[in-house]
Design a protein around this ligand. Sequence first.
Ligand code: ATP
Length: 336
Amino acid sequence: SSSKPKLFFRKPRWPRMDSTPHHRKTNHNHNHNHNSKKKDKIVVIMGATGTGKSKLSIDLATRFRAEIINSDKMQVYNGLDITTNKIPLHQRCGITHHLLGEVDPVLQADFSPLDFRNLAGSVISDIVSRRKLPLIVGGSNSFVHALLVDRFDPDSNVFEPSSRSFPSSTLRYNCCFLWVDVSMRVLSEYLSLRVEDMFDSGMLDELTEFFSEFPGRSGLKKAIGIPEFENYFKKYPPRPRPPHGRGGDGGGGDPVRTEEAYMEAVREIKDNTCQLAKKQIGKIVRLKRAGWDLRRLDATEAFREVMSNSNVSGSEIWERQVLEPSVKIVKRFLEE
Ligand code: ATP
């Protein structure tokens, strides 16, 4: 639309002041940028699950010559694309995504925050060396924290309420933080619809396949959907190729009971997704209190519009209340 800001930076305006060769490094605890003005600029999109981070990341990446680095601990693994909500290829608009489905869930089942710090740190160096903007997007705040703090201690959990250590606000990059927030009341309504949508898109087939292969040691076994369906598949062992229909794939059980077990598992998924969102918001608030300069963007209105069947287009509100302010914030950050 004509109201869209025209901010297509063909040539990035931010100078690359660092002259160190940016080949892949492994030890990022002693980054060359430490305590200097030459920290690389990166943009970080934070927010609970379902708040529209992926959408915002694409909208920004197409404007600022950026590449996206996924920071969702389940989406780093290969597999369960629907269950873990990976952005589908056709929605990526040709933007390069890193660490999205790249890790083998069985061979590297315990991909840790430290692993993420090292790998994503290398990817950032590589993106910066090509004079593009790294854009970190994902809901795992333990990953984001591990990646960004100047000194990372893998043995302390700064998010545990009882933890003595607090997140550090000394960061090894020059960060612009965008926090997409949606009121919990509206978000839980949306998440419930999203779960139904995921099942309409084939989530049950995906779960059936996962359980029929049963890799005992998979990094994905904690993904929301797997523990919730464990009982269901125990009662109704999966067949590799399920016939169509809800709950109809679970072996030869009583269809009514199958349906009940199915409904129960779906209800648990909805509940647990809301719990996850609440926990994620708690962690974000903790980071903000620790001094991270998070710029909060309230997307509640946009979500409300999308869910109500009014004539007002939700994406118009999204553009005005989320996208345009984000573009301004990032533009100013890159010009600093
Ligand atoms: P924690 O330290 O509690 O694991 P975190 O910040 O490292 O928190 P989160 O992203 O909040 O990581 O994920 C916590 C849990 O939420 C995961 O272990 C998983 O059960 C679930 N989860 C997170 N992201 C997804 C996803 N994309 N799909 C399915 N489940 C997810």
